[in-house]
Design a protein around this ligand. Structure first.
Ligand code: SF4
Ligand code: SF4
Length: 204
């Protein structure tokens, strides 16, 4: 039998007398480093439902559907961390920079995949002329606040912010029989999608 060398014996005794390197989890909570990339979580105070994070998610852990049939029309962003690779693209590409954050939650094992799925809903603003999606109402309000006085150059932003007009916006877009289908100068003070806005600008 090969006898241990003195160096190996010394190492063994040193390790036995040293503090442990592994954690005591699950007996004690495991502390992760400050910048650990764990479960992504939305912050409803800062998320405006723009969908930028969905576009940059490489694994479709974030998906988006726009439901125009519901009343009011809604956007749903569905997050599921069982297919998340914790790359951080969503956090890095977030429009408001605070809408989604990777937390330090790492103990995510579950027997029920439904527990990994969360749905976030946002009310949509539709074009008052053609009914196309302009964006979420939260997004328009955020843009209005961010632009400050510059928002006065865009009636759609102003109207979405104005409380009195917001009540009017609650109604679904309608096209009365008397109202011309084409965009006219009378539509200037309406919330318009980019296409209708472009048509209006050509006429003015
Ligand atoms: S961390 Fe990466 S994979 Fe996970 S939700 Fe964000 S973008 Fe998608
Ligand atoms: S990019 Fe940010 S603000 Fe936009 S939907 Fe994603 S988390 Fe919300």
């Amino acid at each position: 039998m090969r006898l241990p060398k003195l160096r190996e014996l010394k190492e063994a005794v040193t390790v036995l007398l040293s503090p442990r390197f592994t954690t005591k989890f699950p007996a004690e909570p495991c502390q992760v480093p400050e910048n650990y990339r764990g479960k992504p979580e939305f912050d409803d105070d800062y998320c405006i439902g723009c969908g930028a994070c969905v576009n940059v998610c490489p694994t479709e852990a974030l998906t988006q559907t726009d439901d125009l049939e519901s009343s009011p029309p809604k956007r749903k962003i569905i997050s599921r961390y069982d297919t998340c690779i914790f790359c951080g693209n969503c956090q890095d590409g977030c429009t408001t920079e605070k809408g989604i954050k990777l937390t330090n939650q790492w103990d995510l094992a579950t027997l029920d995949r439904q527990e990994t799925i969360a749905t976030h809903e946002y009310e949509l603003q539709l074009c008052e002329k053609c009914g196309a999606i302009v964006g979420t109402k939260k997004h328009l309000l955020w843009l209005n606040k961010k632009l400050g006085p510059l928002a006065y150059t865009n009636p759609s932003l102003l109207l979405s912010h104005d409380a009195q007009m917001q009540e009017l916006n609650q109604a679904p877009p309608t096209q009365s029989s008397e109202e011309p289908k084409d965009v006219t100068a009378n539509d200037f003070m309406k919330i318009l999608c980019p296409k209708c806005k472009c048509e209006l600008n050509i006429q003015l």
